[in-house]
Ligand binder design. Structure first.
Ligand code: SAM
Length: 172
């Protein structure tokens, strides 16, 4: 879940949060408190072409209500922030926990509410960087690198790895 999105400024980076969520194994992307058709359209196009048509894209929901209801259903909330506990100190515990994980990333200043409601406030290192990098590294550690090998059976095209140039093939 991306919160604090500013349509004029963040369109690209918010789309990148969604792309990373999809490519690194999350089941969906939620844009809290605002709708942005351009972000939704970009993500849907990628899912259509590269697979994961079941990847959920939800926008315009109240982030606080969504988090509250998520927790009521027994889900875990992991808020990524440089002020939290180091990812390496909590990731094994999180991986072992049952239930779905809602990963929250911010834009500028994140309201205190999210620090308090989160089951885990997790730092991907204690330096300020980016929501895109934080999400990618968190998911990579959660899936222990396996997500980079996922193959999506509903993809229309796929890449044939090659040492030079580009090779893209259409799936039968
Ligand atoms: N000082 C801001 C804050 O309130 O955390 C940093 C904003 S940063 C541009 C945007 C988002 O990137 C943060 O809300 C957080 O989700 C993520 N982020 C940046 N650095 C991080 C770090 N070291 N560990 C975890 N998440 C980080």
């Amino acid at each position: 879940m991306r919160i604090g999105h500013r349509p004029e400024r963040d369109k690209r980076i918010t789309t990148h949060v969604g792309l990373v969520a999809r490519a690194f194994g999350a089941d969906g992307f939620i844009l809290g408190d605002i709708s942005d058709e351009k972000v939704t359209t970009s993500l849907r196009k990628v899912c259509e072409m590269w697979g994961r048509r079941d990847f959920q894209v939800v926008t315009g929901v109240s982030s606080k209500k969504y988090v509250r209801e998520w927790k009521e259903r027994g889900g875990m909330v992991a808020h990524l922030t440089m002020y939290g506990l180091h990812v390496d100190d909590v990731i094994d515990e999180i991986r072992k926990a049952l239930g779905d994980i809602l990963v929250v990333v911010g834009a500028e200043k994140v309201p205190r509410y999210f620090y308090e409601v989160a089951d885990y406030n997790i730092a991907v290192g204690h330096q300020p960087h980016s929501e895109v990098a934080a999400l990618a590294l968190f998911l990579d550690r959660l899936f222990e690198g396996r997500e980079l090998h996922f193959i999506y059976s509903d993809a229309k095209i796929r890449i044939e790895p090659c040492s030079h140039g580009k090779k893209v093939v259409r799936n039968a």
